[in-house]
Design a protein around this ligand. Structure first.
Ligand SMILES: [Mg+2]
Length: 443
């Protein structure tokens, strides 16, 4: 399959727009049209998704939440509800599978679909328009779609189609589409590679195409250089592989000079963990096991792992586990390579952290496991903005915040009008934290 050159635009890439934030706006009518930030809500939290309204102010995913809050003071800042996102994800993926059995899910809200062998190869744009409409009707969510001859073009086309768009790039139009794009747009070109290419004055794909192969391999290394050389020419024979579900994500770094000493190594673990966390965020879920890989100056390599009581997507908790795993490898000698990877990936990461991330740093692994399917009384300690609650007579709603026994909540859900916030005394009006209720019906 991989060596067969495809001649028609039959690779489809689908990607939900601002997925987590869009789910929150759907389930919380008072937030529709308002800026929403979803992510870690503690002092060191990171933005998972910013709604389009929040992006207008410059807020972005992977940005520290504190900075995003300053840019968007009016934003609703919400804790992720992975159970809800997973339910919407399953609905989207099921619709994509009606197009072809060859669906390669890349993350919670992103997939490639191979239309080559199916009934839609002759008119992929019509099939894509129909599936976008069905997903919209079923979930209320916008999924942008790109179609091209390769995975590269399909992915770049869906990026270009956002928000809420569809773009088919026919093979004869590939160069006109690819060449003006900034190199940063190309999947796999991160900030470091982009900076290296900048030094070659290669800012667009057209600039990149002008670089000789040997210059690229000298600049970014043998395999990345060869890869960039091919991508710049639109050569991307990767097949859509339905079995390729990710088992782990991670990052590693080889140091130009061996590093030594607790502080230097600790700083390096943080940097590698940052990169691994970025990839985990892109994957769109959480992880239960954190593995540190350490190669010493004498080339002996050790891996050590830490397994959490339950999956987590909270950066502070995963970072603490990465440090703990690296320390378990013994860091008394010079280190030439450090790696951090996340395993036992779950899109259902349950977030049961103490409110203050600083406490997690001190005591990383003493979180009591909680069953998220079990309703439990809302308290100041377990309250997180955005979580679902239920009142015996007032019905379902969500937590705005809790101070002492005073709970600010909004009683609204997907099919109610927007609700005003109201303050309840938990001693008079007890509230239960409940799992999300996801209603998926064609509208
Ligand atoms: Mg997306």
């Amino acid at each position: 399959m991989a060596d067969r050159t495809r001649t028609r635009a039959t690779v489809l890439h689908a990607d939900a727009d601002s997925f987590f934030a869009a789910v929150e706006q759907r389930d919380k009518p008072s937030l529709r049209g308002r800026p929403v930030l979803v992510g870690g809500t503690g002092p060191r939290g990171v933005v998972s998704t910013a709604s389009y309204e929040a992006r207008l102010t410059g807020a972005r995913s992977a940005m520290p939440m504190s900075r995003a809050r300053r840019l968007t003071p009016a934003a609703a800042v919400l804790y992720p509800r992975f159970e809800a996102y997973s339910a919407y994800s399953r609905a989207i993926m099921a619709e994509l599978r009606t197009l072809s059995p060859l669906v390669e899910q890349l993350s919670i809200d992103e997939a490639f679909v191979d239309l080559q062998e199916g009934p839609f190869a002759d008119d992929p744009a019509a099939a894509a328009a129909a599936v976008r409409a069905r997903i919209r009707s079923l979930t209320g969510l916008a999924v942008s779609v790109g179609i091209g001859r390769t995975k590269l073009v399909a992915k770049l086309a869906s990026d270009a189609a956002k928000p809420d768009g569809l773009l088919l790039v026919e093979p004869p139009d590939e160069d006109a589409f690819l060449l003006p794009l900034p190199v940063r747009a190309v999947p796999g070109i991160g900030p470091a590679t982009a900076a290296a290419l900048e030094r070659l004055d290669a800012r667009t794909v057209a600039d990149l195409r002008r670089q000789p192969l040997d210059v690229l391999t000298m600049t970014v290394g043998e395999s990345s250089g060869a890869n960039l050389y091919r991508l710049a020419r639109g050569i991307d024979p990767r097949p859509v592989s339905p079995g390729a579900e990710r088992k782990s994500v991670g990052a590693e770094r080889t140091f130009a000079a061996d590093i030594f000493g607790r502080d230097a190594i600790s700083t390096a673990i943080d940097a590698v963990t940052d990169e691994a966390l970025r990839r985990l965020t892109a994957h769109g879920g959480g992880a239960r096991t954190v593995v540190a890989k350490v190669r010493f100056a004498d080339f002996t390599t050790l891996t050590r792992s830490v397994t959490l009581p339950q999956p987590s997507a909270e950066p502070a908790e995963l970072r603490a586990a990465a440090h703990q795993a690296a320390l378990a490898a013994g860091l008394t000698d010079s280190v030439r390579l450090l790696g951090v990877s996340f395993h036992n990936l779950s899109a259902h990461a349950q977030l049961t952290l103490p409110w203050d991330d600083d406490e997690v740093q001190a005591e990383p692994l003493v979180l009591p496991p909680e069953d998220p399917t079990q309703a439990r009384p809302l308290t100041e300690e377990n309250a997180r903005p955005g979580l679902d609650i239920e009142h015996a007579t007032l019905g379902r709603g969500w937590v705005v915040h809790v101070r002492g026994r005073a709970a600010t909540v909004r009683f609204e859900s997907v099919d109610t009008p927007p609700a005003r916030s109201q303050v309840l005394d938990l001693d008079v009006d007890p509230l239960l934290l409940v799992p999300p209720l996801v209603a998926l019906e064609p509208s």
